[in-house]
Design a binder for this molecule. Structure first.
Ligand code: BEZ
Length: 252
């Protein structure tokens, strides 16, 4: 299973990812001169927004396509191709920020240790990502669709959607003391009208679908659309059943 990112369609069709992340910057409260890491920076737009406060920002991401796009869009910033499950910053940062990325890091213990190991004592960790029950419609719908085309054994879900209690315990065990922990529903409208769900699935479930032929991929999409439309399509738009965890924590 290999997840490929298309940075162009990500920026146009999935612009909501950065837009929703902007409110997380209010929680980060970046200060001039602070060293801040954006953990899973994608195409770098939030890193650039944080740098706009005068902070010295580096973005890290495990996708070569995303890092290439970030470097080309924001050449004034530093972007590092690295795995957030085992990266350690050379210079301990004042803050680690992460929007919509940690649910891709299934080694959550490794990620928390890497984040803690990249912060100075007293440094802060501010993050938002998918929590338990996030995109439940898709998590439950994919096994039905794969089974319907006789490929149940090929399905592997790449996401980590923890409960809030388990996640804050993990942070504590990693030397990150939670200050705030929220879990909330955030229905997320997609652009593209009828086409919105297909674009979403082909972007975020690309790795999952990569084990299928092009024809099987189409079949899975058609089954998912048929099963999920009554629940997720309203007023001409798909509205995804996102559920977020938002945390802030301080490094011991
Ligand atoms: C999200 O919650 O942002 C998300 C989760 C899985 C796939 C795509 C997006």
């Amino acid at each position: 299973m290999t997840q490929q990112w298309n940075s162009g369609t990500y920026d146009t069709d999935m612009a909501f990812v950065s837009r929703f992340g902007e409110s997380l910057i209010d929680l980060l409260k970046p200060q001039p001169g602070e060293v801040i890491l954006d953990w899973g920076c994608g195409t770098g737009d939030l890193a650039a927004a944080i740098a706009g406060y005068g902070a010295v920002v580096s973005g890290i991401d495990a996708s070569p396509e995303m890092i290439a796009a970030a470097r080309s869009k924001h050449p004034e910033l530093n972007f590092i191709l690295a795995d957030g499950q085992n990266y350690r910053a050379e210079t301990p940062a004042d803050a680690v920020f992460s929007n919509a990325a940690l649910h891709w890091l299934r080694d959550a213990q490794g990620a928390a240790a890497s984040i803690a190991g990249s912060l100075r004592p007293g440094g802060r960790f501010i993050a938002e990502f998918g929590g338990q029950g996030n995109i439940a419609s898709v998590v439950e719908g994919l096994p039905h669709a794969f089974a319907a085309i006789g490929c149940a054994d090929r399905l592997e879900l790449p996401w980590y959607f923890p409960g809030i209690a388990g996640y804050t315990t993990l942070l504590e065990q990693s030397g990150l003391i939670p200050q705030l922990a929220l879990c909330y529903d955030r229905p997320t409208p997609l652009t593209g009208g009828e086409e919105g769900f297909g674009r979403w699935l082909n972007t975020f479930a690309d790795g999952i679908l990569s084990v299928l032929t092009a024809g099987q991929r189409e079949e899975v999409l058609a089954i998912m659309v048929r099963e999920l439309k009554p629940q997720l399509f309203r007023d001409g738009k798909w509205v995804m059943d996102y559920r977020r965890i938002r945390v802030s924590a301080i490094k011991l």
